[in-house]
Design a protein around this ligand. Structure first.
Ligand SMILES: Cc1cc2nc3c(=O)[nH]c(=O)nc-3n(C[C@H](O)[C@H](O)[C@H](O)COP(=O)(O)OP(=O)(O)OC[C@H]3O[C@@H](n4cnc5c(N)ncnc54)[C@H](O)[C@@H]3O)c2cc1C
Length: 415
């Protein structure tokens, strides 16, 4: 008799403190195999192997945004940030390489692009982001022409942007345009500016990085980034706040800001974004036509019962960043809650931790962390006063920790 069958007969499965009497083979379907979805799929299986888990992911491999800025600068390789899904399969997750195109929450079914129609008892949706290209006139045409890239989902655009940066003449300008917050990874654009500047210092000493930020000031780790730019890249990094992009002309490589027009040799324009398309199709978006509000004790959608939304797609709780670290933690809230709900028990709110490293040169990094706990009065997760904080200064030790963090979270999510 298999352990699972034995435990079922005994009437209780005890894994990580979860006693399970899930009827016969409940099925959880997970859409999106990034930081949120992959972690949820794995942890549901780890904590209750009696549950069937099916993960739908449109890409055949996982490519990490964290560390992708080092790839752009030539300090890491694409292979460093790619992982397969075999680790999840070893946990018994059924991984389907397809795209979810429709959710029928009434009938509890998900339709896939290749025609399959899958039933679920609970659904997890972690689709990451899609972009509001329309807010920057001319963007889509310029992107299709390969002239303007965001590289804000790691993959083909990361490779192409690296190529553009390498081909840019010494003395040229690489402009990075940042949308208004909230956006995926607050410190990510400033990290990108820093490591591209580090590459320019080595390979094109007369080249410049121009940071055009729609926000009034650097949105995360501001003092640490500005000190790194002043100390390491004087004359190479130029920062301009209140620089909202409204249009782009690919032919003249000009970015139109509200206040001025800026010409550059490389235009890396990150458009405003929102929850991924499938969230919109399924009616999960609740706020500003962009984000999905959830109950932070379970990650269950406030709009569509039985559907749990994770990661960047969520309407962030107060001071909660859109990060891989958070998506991984959201997934663990959801996994534990789904097991409880499938067993007819009330989920218990938990406390979660965010840690986010940013490289400011090839080897040096800075860090910010925060703890978020359930607040019964305001019924949301709130930052715990006094917990977390910033690294006091940039350093190579932090850079080593940053790589350790990345390898650990890739293994935790997918291994
Ligand atoms: C340059 C950069 C640097 C970053 N650095 C850090 C960092 O150092 N630390 C950190 O914590 N975070 C970092 N982030 C943020 C982090 O990448 C995101 O917060 C994280 O990926 C969010 O996880 P997610 O599960 O919501 O989305 P994702 O990880 O994007 O996963 C979504 C997945 O869903 C799939 N998908 C979408 N729709 C469908 C569909 N309909 N059917 C099937 N599959 C679908 C996608 O292919 C994708 O694999 C960085 C981001 C960027 C851009």
């Amino acid at each position: 008799m298999k352990r699972r069958d034995f435990l079922k007969l005994a009437g209780a499965v005890s894994i990580a403190g979860c006693a399970s009497a899930v009827p016969s083979k409940a099925r959880v379907v997970v859409i999106g195999g990034g930081f949120g979805g992959a972690t949820a799929a794995k942890y549901i299986r780890l904590w209750d192997p009696s549950i069937d888990v099916l993960l739908v992911e449109r890409e055949s491999t996982f490519t990490s945004c964290p560390i992708s800025n080092l790839v752009l600068a030539g300090f890491a390789a694409m292979d460093d940030i790619r992982r397969g899904y075999e680790g999840l399969r070893r946990h018994g997750v059924q991984v389907v390489n397809d795209e979810a195109v429709a959710i029928d929450a009434g009938k509890k079914r998900v339709k896939l692009a290749h025609g399959a129609d899958i039933a679920y008892d609970r659904l997890v949706v972690s689709p990451g982001i899609d972009f509001n290209f329309g807010e920057i006139q001319g963007y889509e045409a310029a992107m299709k022409a390969g002239r303007v890239l965001h590289a804000w989902r790691a993959g083909a655009q990361t490779i192409e942007l690296r190529r553009q940066i390498v081909q840019m003449p010494d003395g040229g300008v690489c402009a990075i345009s940042i949308p208004l917050a909230p956006y995926r990874c607050g410190p990510g654009p400033y990290e990108r500016a820093s490591v591209i500047a580090a590459y320019f210092r080595q390979a094109k000493p007369r080249a410049k990085v121009l940071v055009l930020d729609a926000n009034p000031d650097v949105t995360s780790k501001g003092a640490l980034f500005k000190k790194a730019w002043a100390d390491l890249y004087p004359g190479t990094v130029e920062y301009r706040g209140n620089a909202l992009a409204v249009g782009v002309d690919a032919a003249s490589m000009t970015l139109r800001l509200e206040v001025e027009d800026v010409r550059a040799d490389v235009l890396n324009v990150v458009p405003p974004h929102r929850a991924g398309d499938i969230a919109r199709q399924a009616g999960l978006i609740t706020t500003n036509n962009r984000w999905c509000d959830v109950d932070w004790r379970t990650m269950e959608s406030k709009a569509v019962p039985g559907v749990h939304v994770l990661g960047d797609a969520t309407l962030s709780a107060p001071v909660m960043p859109k990060s891989g670290s958070m998506a991984n933690n959201h997934a663990k809230i959801a996994a534990a809650a789904i097991i409880e709900l499938l067993n007819g028990r009330a989920p218990v709110p938990v406390q979660i931790l965010n840690t986010c490293y940013s490289f400011v040169s090839q080897k040096e990094a800075i860090r910010v962390s925060s703890v978020h706990a359930w607040d019964e009065k305001d019924r949301t997760l709130k930052p715990v006063a006094g917990a977390g904080g910033l690294s006091p200064a940039r350093g190579q030790t932090e850079g080593g920790y940053a790589w350790d963090w990345a390898r650990t979270i890739w293994a935790d999510s997918l291994g």
